[in-house]
Design a protein around this ligand. Structure first.
Ligand code: NAP
Length: 286
């Protein structure tokens, strides 16, 4: 089969491309850079305003992985545009040319969309896609780990400080999931098109639950730090105010979306997806 992967050059997209190619599928890998895995067809296109329908010729399914953690209003890359408008345009284009399958990758935090503008945009994207394509499948993921993981890399950098500031009480729960497990799941959902999956929202997370403090310790070890990591728990409202500066000034390493990701419970009891990935890898083993 032939699939279009939007946001294919990113952390997750690179892994999904590799799985799809290894399983014998043809992959049209779309991103602004157009970077493609060996065996995939790379297409450089800004999907905000690009000719989407033209990219969908002969495609059996679309996987939307486009997302940004940090807005760039000057470049028109707001959460609203990149998450909601782009997903809507992609779904409408898929509907207009009759692409039968569509998978939208979202975040577990979308279930608590009031927590932040970032989560609200992820939720609005899900709704926009399923309003246009009621059979589309939404996959909400917990934080993903693996080489170059965006959120964990950020935490790892923070964990180099002598005393690590941790937003909140450090007890926010996470079910981190491995990149290769998310990639395997997305490839399976795209290719299998099971009737009972149509229109579903799957919530996915790994088998080992960690607190934010555990996550900081783990990220510190990944970054090469040994021994006990001294932490200072800072009230969320205070960190949030400081992070607001990061929203407008890229020099500040943390922005509000990252703070909300670290302080909003990121867990799930949904196990339906284990039929495709029966033994997901536990977090924290390094
Ligand atoms: N990583 C996680 O822990 C995690 C957890 C839950 C959910 N998710 C969701 O999974 C998705 C992928 O995450 P990721 O970690 O792989 O992110 P990522 O590495 O930042 O990848 C984002 C992708 O989107 C592309 N992109 C951005 N703007 C675009 C545009 N206007 N037109 C075309 N392509 C564009 C980027 O490529 P260019 O820059 O080359 O355009 C890149 O390929 C996101 O929606 C994210 O919210 C991730």
């Amino acid at each position: 089969m032939r699939f279009l992967v939007a946001g294919a050059s990113g952390f997750l997209g690179t892994a999904v491309q590799a799985v799809l190619v290894a399983e014998g599928h043809q992959v049209r890998a779309v991103s602004r850079s157009g970077r493609a895995a060996p065996g995939a067809e790379g297409v450089a296109c800004n999907l905000l305003g690009g000719n989407i329908s033209g990219l969908l010729a002969g495609v059996d399914g679309v996987l939307n992985l486009v997302g940004v953690l940090r807005e760039d209003a000057a470049a028109g890359m707001t959460y609203r545009r990149v998450h909601v408008e782009l997903a809507k345009q992609l779904a409408r284009a898929a509907a207009s040319v009759g692409v039968p399958r569509f998978v939208q990758l979202s975040s577990l935090g979308a279930a608590q969309s009031r927590a932040s503008r970032y989560f609200a945009s992820k939720r609005a994207a899900e709704d926009a896609v399923q309003a246009t394509l009621p059979r589309a499948v939404v996959v909400r993921s917990s934080v993903v780990f693996g080489d170059g993981a965006p959120l964990l890399t950020g935490v790892s950098r923070l964990a180099r400080l002598p005393v690590v500031p941790v937003p909140g009480d450090g007890r926010t729960p996470f079910d981190p999931i491995a990149r290769h497990d998310v990639a395997a799941l997305l490839a399976a959902v795209l290719a299998e098109d099971r009737e009972e999956m149509a229109g579903q929202v799957l919530s996915v997370g790994g088998p080992r639950r960690l607190t934010l403090d555990d996550l900081v310790d783990w990220a510190a070890r990944i970054g090469g730090r040994r021994g006990i990591v001294p932490k200072m728990h800072v009230p969320v409202a205070l960190v949030d105010r400081a992070a607001a500066v990061g929203d407008v000034w890229p020099g500040v390493p943390v922005n509000r979306a990252q703070v909300h990701l670290l302080t909003t419970p990121n867990i799930t009891e949904d196990r339906r997806w284990h039929r495709w990935v029966p033994h997901p890898a536990p977090a924290g083993e390094d």
